[in-house]
Design a protein around this ligand. Structure first.
Ligand SMILES: Nc1ncnc2c1ncn2[C@@H]1O[C@H](COP(=O)(O)OP(=O)(O)OP(=O)(O)O)[C@@H](O)[C@H]1O
Length: 485
């Protein structure tokens, strides 16, 4: 539906952003598929930006990205790779289970697991669960991408290990942020639904307890700073009674200043025989170094990401001189071929806002996703797009990762992906348009080139992947059609 409210809202946004320092722009999807802006002058400052700079606010915010992933995901990310297991004691047998029954869970927990709709353990759970539930307890470092079942696995381990008759904390779980802690808490509540004797408390800032009190809940989940305070300064928790210590999202944790140190200080207060479990979506060296300090004598489980490939993708580029020309080229493409749903990537929030406005004016149903939106709002936009309520999703870099919208067969790089030094960001390029073998549906990628520099970037991307990116003449409608089909 064409509407001018978009353009007007964008203008207002930009005018306001230029004049007011402390302004955050929130965006809320409306019923009619366009968006309305709500301004909130009490929130943190949103920076104004030039069209040539990538969004400052769009810097990768790992915690927000991780939260977004959790919010938009409603089932397992399947993975056909084999898990790699490194056992502390290579001579001990390696168990893996194909069913939850084999784990001899408490009936209340089995009930909880099935109640969540899980039929069988996920790939990582097949190996991780027997290790975590073994007697004596074993330490574990596990790495696999988001959505492969790590949270569900350690929640099940915590619930299995607590003794509900003991009214004191027995499991501690630290998460990088308040919101992530709440998400994990929800899983504990769902899985423990039929086990009401086990109680949970959140060690998060703002949850103020009376001095001198002792917690009765068996599971404490929270952020490292508050958890540390509760163990040492306030002594609400007796760390010597802890049986299981979980450190979730280690890669996100180390990105936050102070968290590493606080987590290590908590860990040092725990008894030697406490089971230490650490989870991470990625495993770069810094994560690994941290993991080794948190988890002594670990078993290690890794599940490689499924590789994305460009093999089933047709890649084109279009030569233009300005963003207006790029927009015109886009309109020509839309005029020539039927595009069910497309994602369009822009370098800056400003361009994304402008383009969304222009497309909307042309009659497209557009959704806009950009870094300054709150995570809940981003999740809502993605869900609407997934449900087909909007046909075009315009987004900035920050939203490129993590969102899997399988039905999208057309990806348009309105701006080519570059890193902060202006070099081609091959990884992001692959991630935006690549497909895993499983979803090997054919796809179409169109790259807009508007300067010598962007042509060079395109050439470097082409060389990197050793896959030809063909030129497309968008003034020739016949050519577009011929090439696409
Ligand atoms: N065995 C299973 N069978 C079916 N669904 C599952 C199973 N285990 C987990 N899930 C579901 O899959 C989704 C991802 O699981 P989970 O959150 O545990 O993954 P994760 O690896 O911890 O991801 P993240 O790091 O994003 O939290 C959730 O919706 C969860 O309910």
């Amino acid at each position: 539906m064409a509407t001018d409210s978009w353009a007007q809202a964008v203008d207002e946004q930009e005018a306001a952003a230029e004049s007011i320092g402390n302004l955050q722009i929130k965006e809320k999807p409306e019923e009619n598929g366009t968006a309305a802006y709500v301004t909130d002058s009490t929130s943190a400052a949103a920076k104004t930006e030039g069209d040539n700079n990538a969004d400052d606010d769009d810097k990768e915010d790992k915690a927000a990205q991780s939260l977004l992933n959790k919010m938009i995901r409603n089932n397992l990310v399947s993975n056909t790779n084999q898990v790699e297991v490194l056992q502390r004691d290579p001579n001990s047998p390696l168990y893996s289970v194909k069913s939850f029954e084999e784990l001899r869970l408490k009936p209340q927990l089995l009930h909880g697991v099935y109640g969540m709709g899980f039929n069988r353990p996920s790939k990582i759970q097949e190996t991780a669960l027997p290790m975590m539930l073994a007697e004596p307890p074993q330490n574990l470092i596990a790495q696999s991408q988001s959505g492969t079942g790590k949270t569900a696995a350690f929640v099940l381990a915590m619930l299995s290990h607590v003794d509900p008759n003991n009214k004191y904390p027995q499991c501690l779980c630290v998460s990088p942020t308040y919101e992530l802690a709440l998400q994990t808490g929800k899983v504990i509540e769902q899985m423990g639904k039929h086990y009401p004797e086990v109680k949970l408390v959140y060690a998060i800032r703002g949850n103020k307890l009376q001095r001198g009190m002792k917690l009765q809940e068996q599971i404490v989940i929270g952020t490292p700073g508050t958890m540390l305070d509760w163990c040492s300064k306030f002594k609400f928790i007796d760390p010597k009674k802890i049986k299981v210590f979980v450190l979730d999202e280690a890669d996100v944790m180390i990105a936050t200043q102070g968290h590493q140190d606080q987590s290590i200080r908590i860990q040092r207060m725990l008894p030697k025989n406490c089971q230490m479990l650490l989870f991470s979506a990625t495993f770069e060296e810094s994560v690994w170094n941290f993991a080794q300090r948190i988890v002594p004598d670990p078993n290690i489980i890794k599940l490689k990401r499924e590789e994305e490939t460009l093999d089933t993708i047709k890649q084109y580029y279009v030569l233009c001189n300005s963003k207006e020309e790029k927009f015109q080229a886009l309109c020509n493409i839309y005029g020539a071929i039927t595009i069910a749903q497309a994602m369009i990537f822009c370098h800056t929030r400003k361009t994304a806002g402008w383009l969304a406005g222009e497309l909307s004016r042309e009659g497209h149903q557009v959704a806009l996703l950009s870094g300054e939106m709150q995570v809940e709002q981003r999740a809502a936009v993605i869900e609407r797009f997934r449900d087909g309520k909007e046909k075009v999703l315009v987004t900035t870099n920050v939203c490129a990762r993590g969102i899997d919208v399988e039905q999208v067969s057309v990806v348009i790089n309105f701006d080519l992906p570059v890193d902060k030094d202006g070099n081609p960001d091959n990884e992001t390029y692959l991630h935006r348009i690549g497909r895993t073998g499983r979803f090997g549906k054919r796809g179409l990628a169109i790259n807009m080139v508007d300067s010598k520099m962007s042509m060079q970037i395109l050439n470097r991307i082409q060389e990197h992947f050793n896959k030809k990116i063909e030129k497309l003449d968008t003034d020739d409608l016949d050519e577009i059609e011929k090439k696409m089909y």
